[in-house]
Design a protein around this ligand. Structure first.
Ligand SMILES: C[S@@+](CC[C@H](N)C(=O)[O-])C[C@H]1O[C@@H](n2cnc3c(N)ncnc32)[C@H](O)[C@@H]1O
Length: 254
């Protein structure tokens, strides 16, 4: 089982119910930012070739494909991939989407293929070993064109708080996060929830490991692999997305 397999079909609704207008704002700000980055990528004002890592149900992949960009969504959870497929089925933009059901560290990406790579909404924390993180960053660097951009968010300590509970008329959701003994930055994530849609109540459980990478670990690894932190834009990203509990960083391939 991959993370979120058990609730992929209600993933969007659960997030919308859990975070309400903040989730709406995050989706709209993220899409706006990605559009701007496409214009700064090697494609310039044309359509961009985008790698969306851990694409989930297509929160960023779908709107970018709708805008005419070519998006490859790499997502290990088959049920999450099915959600992307379902949203695109029979639509004009379906041809702009390629869906790869794989972990990013195993993905055999073409060299110099993408103008923009995205790793958004805490995806980096699902990569839990140094070896897998290194393979991930190497893959991103190899597959970006020269001048291509890499946008990621790094979850900060507040997103690993032990108990989180969300309750609306439709949703009852409890998240428990426990630090693993002997492993300072490794956490066991577990959630139990039920969501009501019409007359139907859906219950699910989910559990997996997460790692809290420090900003420095990620920045150093990126810079050692030819991905240069864009300090001028990172200050702006901190101001715009600081409220999310994750630090957003932009890198450009040399
Ligand atoms: C919190 S979701 C974020 C989904 C999406 N990026 C978004 O913004 O809504 C994290 C996603 O990362 C995916 N994931 C987990 N491990 C991964 C890996 N090794 N490579 C690529 N994606 C992974 C999960 O399956 C899940 O869909």
């Amino acid at each position: 089982m991959n993370p979120h397999d058990s609730w992929a079909h209600v993933y969007d609704l659960v997030n919308q119910e859990s975070f309400g207008t903040l989730y709406t704002r995050l989706c709209s700000d993220t899409n706006h930012l990605c559009q701007q980055l496409c214009q700064q990528s090697p494609a310039g004002r044309g359509t961009c070739s985008i790698l969306d890592i851990g694409a989930g149900t297509g929160r960023t992949a779908i709107p970018l494909a709708q805008q005419g960009h070519r998006v490859t969504a790499v997502e290990p959870s088959v049920p999450m991939c099915e959600e992307i497929r379902r949203k695109a089925a029979g639509k004009d933009f379906e041809k702009n989407l390629t869906i790869v059901s794989e972990r990013i560290q195993d993905y055999q990406a073409k060299e110099n293929a993408y103008g923009l790579a995205l790793c958004l909404f805490t995806v980096i924390a699902y990569i839990t070993t140094e070896n897998d993180l290194t393979r991930t960053i190497q893959t991103i660097s190899r597959t970006l064109k020269s001048g291509g951009l890499f946008l990621l968010d790094i979850p900060q300590i507040e997103l690993f708080r032990p108990d989180q509970s969300y309750q609306t008329q439709q949703l009852q959701r409890k998240v428990h996060i426990a630090r693993q003994l002997n492993e300072e930055n490794l956490y066991f994530y577990e959630e139990n929830a039920q969501i009501t849609i019409g007359q139907k109540t859906i219950r699910y459980t989910d559990s997996f490991l997460l790692r809290r990478w420090s900003d420095e670990e990620i920045i150093n690894l990126c810079e050692n692999n030819g991905l240069i932190s864009q300090e001028d834009q990172n200050q702006f990203l901190r101001e715009r997305f600081g409220w999310t509990g994750a630090a957003y960083y932009l890198f450009r391939k040399t």
